[in-house]
Design a protein. Structure first.
Length: 409
């Protein structure tokens, strides 16, 4: 007999990344050949945690007051402006001139996603997303009692635009609203990044749906934006396509400071809303602030202070950007080594363009996960694959991993 409320009794977290990561850590204490490719966090090539020196320096210098006092629920004006500057980079003024916009701070991108799922999905409006995804979306959906509908993510090595449209059309048969989610660039778990042409087709379709009188919400989870492309400017190139939005659709960006600043535990993040329709932005503000007050109340002030202090000091900002570049280069070296060896031994992977993860396709993720665990390679089973977090495997340990995986699978 459970004391839990009826609707909570079936909410059990199984196969969660953090649980599997704990298993990998325990195995490391026993065996010395363990590859821990579980958690999506950056580690140095010597196996230690990847902390950005500039970020640590700012936080260490914070006096008690700004660390500990309540921060505004929205994050405050400076934070909002700074997040727009960071996320949109060279496209900031284009975006701000083309859309009404607003920012609400959240504890990580998770908070932004939770708020958005809760506030925009209805009983007859499932979340439309590809069939390969970050599994925590399902946990959030379950927690807010909403559902999802998926479509096959790939057509060969490219995004399956037809599958996306077909699924949207199915939902529109019984709903006057579309809510679709894209995790881009450097998708978790595959590392895929949509091309400009693919984004253009997505917006062309969604403009058409909005013109036909339907409501359209596009949730844009860009948690890994700072680890895609050759540079920060390059990874922002996809915002150019926002010029093609000419209807009243609502875009809600989920931004993760966990990844950008390697500050996973501090819970920095934001939801950024863009729409040409003022009412959409007013509703967003009202809804996001309400649910924030009802859950985390206000964001951790340390993260807000960090962002504001980093952005008000050009020297610190330059130093941080250089450190980010080093991290991107390290990730690229790991990906190049792994993918090169995978090709040599004939191990298939999903198309990887950037980010923390590479995923090996399989119809039976749990079996593949167990087989790899038996040879002390700890991965995460994801829909249609097993995921390797190259973000946490030192370069020297990557040699030979592709062959070991190929042999056992
Ligand atoms: C695709 C994706 N979105 C969102 C998040 C949430 O990150 P956080 O809440 O730490 O910002 C993660 C974290 O792993 C992720 O992989």
């Amino acid at each position: 007999m459970s004391y839990l409320s009826k609707h909570r009794q079936s909410n059990i977290l199984t196969g969660d990344t953090f649980q599997i990561a704990r298993e990998a850590k325990a195995a490391k204490d026993v065996y010395d050949d363990v590859i821990d490719a579980t958690v999506g966090a950056l580690y140095e090539d010597d196996g230690t945690f990847y902390a950005y020196k500039t970020i640590t320096q700012i936080i260490n210098k914070l006096p008690a007051d700004p660390h500990f006092r309540y921060a505004p629920t929205s994050g405050g004006l400076d934070f909002k402006e700074n997040i727009n500057r960071w996320v949109f980079g060279p496209y900031q003024s284009m975006v701000e001139n083309n859309f009404q916009h607003s920012v609400v701070a959240s504890p990580g991108a998770s908070g932004a996603l939770y708020n958005t799922f809760l506030n925009y999905l209805d009983d007859h409006t499932p979340l439309i997303m590809p069939d390969i995804y970050w599994t925590n979306y399902l946990v959030i959906l379950k927690s807010v009692n909403r559902s999802s509908m998926t479509y096959p993510m790939f057509d060969g090595d490219f995004f399956n635009i037809e599958g996306f449209i077909t699924t949207c059309e199915k939902v529109l048969e019984h709903s006057d609203k579309l809510v679709c989610l894209f995790n881009d660039p450097a998708h978790n778990p595959t590392g895929y990044t949509l091309s400009i042409g693919e984004w253009e087709r997505i917006y062309a379709y969604l403009n058409g749906v909005a013109e036909a009188g339907k409501k359209v919400v596009l949730i844009y989870d860009l948690a890994y934006i700072d680890y895609d492309g050759e540079s920060l400017e390059d990874s922002r190139r996809l915002f150019d396509v926002l010029k093609k939005v000419y209807t009243d659709i609502l875009i809600i960006i989920a931004y993760s400071g966990s990844k950008s600043f390697s500050l996973y535990g501090l819970r920095v993040g934001a939801a950024i809303a863009l729409s040409k329709r003022t009412e959409n932005i007013e509703d967003f503000n009202q809804g996001a602030i309400f649910t924030a007050r009802a859950t985390w109340s206000c964001p951790p002030s340390t993260g807000i202070q960090l962002v504001n202090r980093l952005f008000s000091n050009d020297m610190l900002m330059d130093k941080f950007k250089k450190e980010l570049k080093v991290a991107r280069t390290a990730l690229k070296a790991r990906a190049t080594l792994f993918l090169g060896e995978a090709e040599t031994v004939g191990l298939k992977t999903y198309p990887y363009h950037g980010g923390f993860f590479i995923t090996i396709p399989t119809d039976n993720p749990e079996v593949a996960f167990d087989k790899l665990k038996d040879i002390h390679i700890y991965t995460i089973p994801v829909p249609k694959g097993v995921r390797l977090a190259i973000s946490s495997i030192p370069l020297t340990l990557i040699t030979g991993v592709a062959k070991r995986i190929k042999d056992v699978l």
